[in-house]
Each structure stands twice: as C-alpha cells, then as structure tokens.
Design a protein. Structure first.
Length: 131
C-alpha cells in the first residue's frame, strides 16, 4: 500500500494559522475523489433546484395575485357598469398586473366600459374596447 502525507494550512486570522495533517492511502484517492465530487454535485443540484423552486414560487405568486386582481376588476365592472362579456373577460385575465391595476383605477369611476379601458395612462396591452 502506497501512502501519501497531506498537510493543509488554513490561513485565517488565527495566530498561528490552523494546520491539518493526515495520511492517505493512494489507493483510496479515487474513491475519495468520487465521494467529494458526488457531494459537490449533490450540493450544486440542490442549490439550483432551490433557485428554480424560489423563482417558480415567485412566478406562481405573481400569477395568483394577477388572477385575484382580474377577478376583483370584473366584480367592480359588473357592479358599476353591467355584464362583462366573455371576450372582455378573457382580455382582462390575459393582462399583466400593471394593466389590471390601471383598469381597476379607471373602473372605480367609470360609467361605461370605454371609460374604464380607453384611458391615456393605461399600459400598452390594454386595448379592450369592443365585445
């Protein structure tokens, strides 16, 4: 069996620097390397998975908030103006949150659908006039 003596000196604020020493069988190095790489790969995959989960969660929450806002807008429009047609309803639910918020602000005082949707300060994807 061939043995190698390893020594690691960790430089840090400690005085004297921390020093680790051990002997390793060279035959065990491939197995140790595989274990270290396996652990590194596992940690990397877990970190990526966590990031994707967090991003997916944030996207899901944003979609849920937009859906709730769209439902609230439809409710306000139905109470203030009347029945919201299916094409108009589909357009509301397809809009982004900023557009829905702008429409909601206009819908609070609107007397007809055109005044709720055709407003100069409404974001660009808000052209809901017919239907």
């Amino acid at each position: 069996m061939t043995t190698a003596h390893l020594s690691i000196v960790r430089r840090c604020r400690a005085d004297p620097p921390l020093s680790y020493q051990w002997s390793v069988s060279l035959e065990a190095v491939p197995e140790a390397q595989k274990n270290v790489m396996s652990k590194y790969a596992e940690e990397t995959i877990q970190a990526l998975g966590q990031r994707f989960f967090e991003k997916g969660f944030a996207v899901g929450m944003a979609q849920a908030v937009a859906k709730e806002a769209a439902e609230a807008l439809v409710l306000v429009l139905e109470r203030r103006i009347g029945h919201v047609s299916e094409p108009r309803r589909a357009r509301i639910f397809a809009a982004n949150l900023a557009t829905i918020a702008a429409w909601f602000d206009h819908a609070i005082e609107a007397t007809d659908f055109e005044s709720a949707f055709d407003h100069p300060k409404t974001p660009s994807n808000s052209a809901v006039t017919s239907a």
